[in-house]
Design a protein around this ligand. Structure first.
Ligand SMILES: [Zn+2]
Length: 137
């Protein structure tokens, strides 16, 4: 159990729709060391927010927005498959507004396949179950 829900990342990414979630990674909120995907331990944003600043979310930081969050948000700015990065500031504002628990519930509904109820994965923006292409707005 981490300090925030497993499906939330300190930067505002929704981990619950990540292609790696529950396969090789338990989400950025998870502090469980027993997971295959190691990249998050080296994430500068995660370690800055959780370890250096002792905060839950970047938006709580006096330096927000910083070079790290700007770089993440604006990366591949013209590619729709990176929408999950482009929306992180909106997500962070929403988290502050409605609580992270409610936000996670909203995202779970948002990333639900309209055809079969399966999980829509970001990056591919495709249903994990039936393969339908879907772009949640
Ligand atoms: Zn589906």
């Amino acid at each position: 159990m981490g300090r925030i829900p497993d499906k939330a990342a300190p930067c505002g990414v929704y981990c619950g729709a990540c292609p790696s979630f529950e396969k090789t990674c338990w989400g950025c909120g998870s502090a469980d060391k027993n997971q295959k995907r190691k990249s998050k331990w080296g994430c500068k944003i995660r370690s800055c927010c959780f370890d250096e600043k002792n905060l839950d979310f970047c938006i709580d930081c006096e330096d927000f927005p910083c070079n790290l969050t700007e770089k993440l948000k604006n990366s591949y700015f013209n590619q729709d498959k990176f929408q999950y990065r482009h929306e992180i500031y909106d997500n962070l504002e929403k988290i502050k507004e409605i609580s992270v628990q409610t936000w996670v519930q909203e995202q779970q509904d948002r990333f639900k396949c309209p055809q079969c109820g399966g999980l829509i994965l970001w990056y591919k923006y495709q249903c994990n179950e039936c393969g339908m292409n879907f772009f949640p707005r």
